[in-house]
Each structure stands twice: as C-alpha cells, then as structure tokens.
Ligand binder design. Structure first.
Ligand code: N01
Length: 556
C-alpha cells in the first residue's frame, strides 16, 4: 500500500479512506509521526479531537500552566533548521508559547493538510482477513490503514479525572478541570474559588488564582514537595550559544538519563559530609528546577538518602510558611520525587496570603458538593468557582477511551485490565495487535523523561520500522508474547529497585478507583532505552513476528 516516494495525497473529507498509516492526536507525537512518514512517501492521516494542534497543550490552558522542562530542551531536535528558527522567551515555556511553537512547526512543515481536526477516533479494530485496521470516527465515517499509531500521550483530555463527588450536578457555581480548560478567559476577580488538588497543575494554578480571587480555598489531600522554578526571561546571548551548540545538546539529550543534558550525581548522598550535602541542596534550591533530584545517585533508590533531600525540602517549607498550623498541614511525608516532582512559582508563599485558606482533606474529607459550595466533615465552604486540579487516569486511560481490538476481537482494555497488568514489548507494541504502535506507550520512559525526547525516539523507531517492513515486503509485525513477558518483567524489576513503587500516585494507578496497580513506566533511563530498542531493530526486529508475502485480499 505504499505510495510513491514524495507523492503526497491531497485529502478532502471522505475522499480517501485507506491510508498507509492512521495516527491519533496532533500533539508533539502525532505531528512528528505525520512528518516522518510523509517524508518517506507514505500516506498518513492524523485525526485530532481539538480544533487545532497541540495535544495536551491545546487543552491545558489553566492559569499558570507552564512546562517544567526547560524550554531549550522542550522542543523537537530532529531538524537543525527548525531548532534554530524558533526562539523561546523564558527558561520554562508557558502553555501559550508551547502552543505557538507547535503551530509554528505545523505551518513550517505544512502538516495541517493531512490532519482532520474536530474528529475523534471511537474504535479501531484489526481486520485479520485484509490485514488492515478499520477505524470508526465520531462522524460515522469508517476509514482504514495498514498501520495504526496512537499519539494520545499519557495524560489526555479524554482521560481527565473528575472525582465522583456527590452533588456536583447540583453545584450552582461554575466548575472546571485543569486539563480541559475553557478557551475563553475565566475572570476570577472578586470570586470565591476552590481548588481541589495539589499536583503539578494545582501547584501552578493556586498562586495565580490567589492573586485574582477574592478568596481561594485549597482542598489538599496530599501535601506536596515543590521546588522553585526560578523562571526568568532568556537573554539573546544564551539563546545564540544554545543554537550554536545544537548538535552537542541534541546528542546529550538523547544519550542522557532523563532527556536533559547535565550530569547525574555519581556518589551516594550518604557518603557526603552533612555540611557539604546541605550546601549542594542549597545550591540546587537556589538554581531552581528539577536538578536537585539528580544531585546524588541514590536519591531515588535508597530511603535514607532520599530522607536527606526530603528533610531539606521540608525545612524550606518551614522557612517560607508563617502560620504554624498551615505549615503543619503542608508538610509532605512521602519520599521526595516518588510522585512526579513539581516546580512552582510562589506556591508556599501563597499560603501567607490573607485571602487563602488551606483545608486538610485527610483530617476533614469532602462529604459532598452543595449547591452553594463544598462541604467537608468539618465545614461548608461557599464557592463561585470550583477547579478540579485532580489529574488524569494516566498512561492507559487515554488508550482505553478508544475501543481498540486486535486479533480475535481481543480488546486492549480486556487484555491489560483482566490480566491485571499492562504488558507491552518495549512500550511500543503489544502481542495480539499487529501493525499497531504506541508512541510513549506504557513501559517506555514517557512521562518520567523529557517527553519530546521520548517522543522523538519512538517516532524515529516506528518510522524506520515501517520503512524496513516496506523494503522487506513484510505484511505484518507483531510482538511475540514471550518477548513482551520478558520486557514487562524487566520494567517491573527496574521499578522495584527504586522508591517509586513505595508511594501511591497516578504513576502507580492509585488515583483511580479499581484501577489495577502497577508502574507502567520504564525507568532505566532514556539513553539506555534507546540502546535497547535500537539493538532490537538492528537484529531484524528481534522479539517481533514478521510475516512476509502473505496473500491478503484487497480491501474494497
Ligand atoms: O494531577 P496529579 P496534575 N479528592 O495527579 C488530588 C503533568 N503535568 O494534573 O496526591 C481530593 O499529579 C491528588 O491528591 P493525592 C505531570 O506529569 C505537567 O496536577 O492523590 N484530592 C493530587 O493532589 C503531572 O504529574 C505539568 O492524594 C484529589 C491532585 O489532585 C501530571 O500532569 C503541569 C482527589 C492531582 O495531582 C498530572 O498532574 C501539569 C480527590 N478525590 C501537569 N483526586 C508541567 O509540566 C485527586 N486529588 C509543569
């Protein structure tokens, strides 16, 4: 089904219905996947629910939304030209700027002509007779493709977590979820606002809303460690230097542990004299950002080592927050960074404001949402606006929103949920689902790395794989069950050798009732992961079944 090299389809709605590849989502993943396959001459169609490109950055427009990867690393690196044409304005890019960047990429690479916006993929079923994926869209259209590729990401608007709290339907005020924020401006001026949740989204939104609202009530279930972002404008000299060093920066990003250049600590926090360790943590706190996590090699693997940095961060909360009772409520107890670490701008300082109240939900849980506000076991809080910063059904949630079925009608949800464990081969594919690829899928580095780097790895691997299949006359590629079993065991062993699995979080699935617990992220490092997947490809896609020259009926 391969089209001529460089010959692109002009696609009008309903005109062409069979493609070499169909991709879901026009975020970082889908845009690059489209470009990569189209450049190789394949016909590709991207379906996107939103009315524009951007993926999560199209939807997450909440106040204060900003990425916590530094901007100069939060972009594509596959094209030197593209890299050099774009200039970030500040150390951490705000949501609107990331959206502008992705629009710039879409325009620059002329991607929109192969993206159908305002369209959701409802179902994708593998048709074994024709070796095709049949895909149902929300407008009733059915399309098909040889390859089906998801670029839905791990955190999607389709999988926002709005807790089932009694009474929400009777609330007379307005409510919003941070991950599905309205596109029109919400004016908090003079309003009584409640925010539930103190993860990355809540920590960013709370200080900004507090500046506008008449009164802000924060409903906190788990206190959070956060580190100052120390955001600042980037100066021209720095930007020019970055652009000059493009090749070296790209190399370091791709070979590193987390997708960022920079060294990781090579010795134990416990080998360091306490005064020296304190000064290392102070320097990291002053510099801002996530580097504190990498100051010593055992912060994420040794409880005592982790306690040294957790204690340090608690001491900072004590220094910043004035009211002793509020300070007590804000003191986190879990191992630092075993929930996804968070960066902030004036988060703890916000609790010194007179118009901010902190409610400790562990002491007084939510009973119900009332027409006028929210009632805990201790009090009722009257609210005009209620903001759910309550996160997502992460990693598998976005995939399970689509009825994906492989061979013998097996559904992805049934396979992974009934087996009580996600199983993938390399986080890229799963047995029983031929010609199906998952960009930043479960059991790949994804959300515990600098995500655009993880995306580039996957897109390039998938692009090369599809080219290989075409060149070698391969009809189908499918992960072998034993290869995926071994990969899943390996991922689990790596996770269990760290402290991550000791804390309940959205990473373990603990935030969603009845979700099977696990840790579906490969945390062996992005550089190491690249070596593994590249070696698999170099060995002719070891661990996959490749079927060639199979007679298939053409699909009408
Ligand atoms: O969601 P979260 P998020 N009652 O799941 C609480 C990425 N991201 O949207 O910890 C009361 O982290 C929950 O409490 P607890 C990033 O990967 C990146 O903030 O479960 N509270 C927690 O406090 C991030 O990790 C950026 O006890 C409830 C909060 O809600 C991921 O998205 C910015 C509750 C949810 O925190 C998700 O972050 C934003 C309930 N029923 C997001 N249910 C940047 O790059 C949940 N909570 C900066």
């Amino acid at each position: 089904m391969k089209s001529n090299q460089q010959q692109f389809y002009k696609i009008e709605k309903n005109q062409v219905t069979n493609f070499d590849a169909i991709v879901i989502g026009a975020g970082f993943s889908g845009l690059y996947m489209l470009h990569r396959l189209r450049e190789a001459g394949f016909s590709v169609r991207v379906y996107e629910k939103g009315n524009g490109v951007g993926g999560a950055w199209y939807w997450s427009r909440y106040p204060g939304a900003r990425c916590d990867s530094e901007s100069i690393y939060y972009n594509y690196t596959f094209s030197e030209e593209l890299y050099k044409e774009w200039t970030w304005s500040s150390r951490y890019p705000e949501q609107a700027e990331i959206l502008r960047y992705l629009n710039f990429v879409a325009d620059r690479l002329d991607l929109r002509r192969d993206i159908q916006f305002n369209t959701e993929i409802k179902a994708a079923h593998y048709d074994e007779t024709h070796n095709l994926w049949r895909i149902d869209l929300n407008d009733g259209t059915c399309v098909s493709a040889k390859y089906f590729i998801t670029g839905v990401g791990c955190l999607s608007v389709n999988a926002t977590n709005v807790p089932a709290i009694k009474g929400l339907d009777r609330f007379e005020g307005k409510w919003y979820h941070t991950g599905a924020w309205p596109h029109e401006k919400i004016d908090f001026k003079g309003k009584r606002v409640g925010v539930i949740g103190t993860g990355s989204s809540g920590v960013q939104a709370i200080p900004v809303i507090a500046q506008k609202a008449e009164h802000l009530t924060v409903f906190q279930r788990t206190p959070q460690y956060t580190i100052p972002a120390r955001n600042r404008p980037l100066d021209l000299e720095f930007i020019e230097k970055t652009k000059e060093n493009y090749s070296e920066i790209r190399r370091q990003m791709h070979e590193s542990f987390g997708g960022f250049p920079g060294n990781r600590g090579d010795h134990s926090a416990l080998e360091e004299p306490p005064e020296k360790r304190q000064s290392v943590y102070e320097a990291a706190w002053e510099a801002g950002g996530l580097a504190i996590r990498s100051t010593y090699k055992d912060i994420m693997t040794n409880e005592t080592a982790n306690n040294t940095v957790s204690d340090f961060l608690r001491s900072k909360i004590r220094e910043i927050v004035q009211d002793p009772e509020v300070r007590g409520k804000l003191m986190p107890t879990y191992f630092f960074a075993t929930k996804r670490p968070v960066l902030d701008t004036n988060y703890f300082e916000t609790y010194n404001r007179k118009n901010v109240t902190l409610v400790d939900l562990r002491k007084s849980p939510i009973e119900e949402i009332t027409p006028k506000g929210l009632r805990t076991t201790e009090a009722e809080y009257e609210l005009d606006f209620l903001v759910f910063a309550t996160g997502y059904d992460g990693v598998t949630g976005p995939l399970f929103k689509i009825d994906i079925r492989g061979k013998d009608g097996l559904s992805l949800k049934e396979k992974w949920e009934d087996g009580a464990q996600v199983k993938t081969y390399l986080g890229l594919s799963t047995a029983g689902f031929p010609n199906f690829f998952i960009i930043t899928g479960p059991e790949s580095p994804s959300v515990l790395s600098n995500v655009p780097v993880a995306i580039e790895q996957h897109v390039e691997w998938i692009g090369d794989c599809i080219q290989y299949l075409h060149d070698h006359g391969v009809e189908t590629i499918e992960a072998k069950a034993e290869a995926e079993e071994a990969w899943s065991i390996h991922c689990k062993e790596v996770a269990d050798s760290t402290l991550y699995t000791k804390t309940d979080s959205w990473l373990t699935g603990a935030n969603i009732a009845d979700k099977p617990r696990g840790f579906p992220i490969y945390i062996g490092g992005i550089g190491q992961y690249r070596q593994i997947i590249d070696e698999v490809a170099a060995k002719g896609y070891e661990g996959f079944s490749l079927v060639t020259h199979q007679k298939t009926k053409s699909y009408q």
